[in-house]
Unconditional design. Sequence first.
Length: 75
Amino acid sequence: MTGITQDELAKRVKVSPSMINQLCRGSRDATEGLVGQLANALQCNVSITVQFTRKPTPNQADNNKTSQGMSKNSP
């Protein structure tokens, strides 16, 4: 949309062209910092939403196993 090549974007952000290609293909995730750098290089705004999920405690995990018909000693 901006007319910039991946090579030019890589130069502006100071990363390898291969990293930009991986990001574009979706085979690599970007850190929040890199997203900010990319937004600056592309002169656009970005908004990030972070969602946290809770990991079950060991007791909750055991309860889930037994409620599904498995014993606590099952693998």
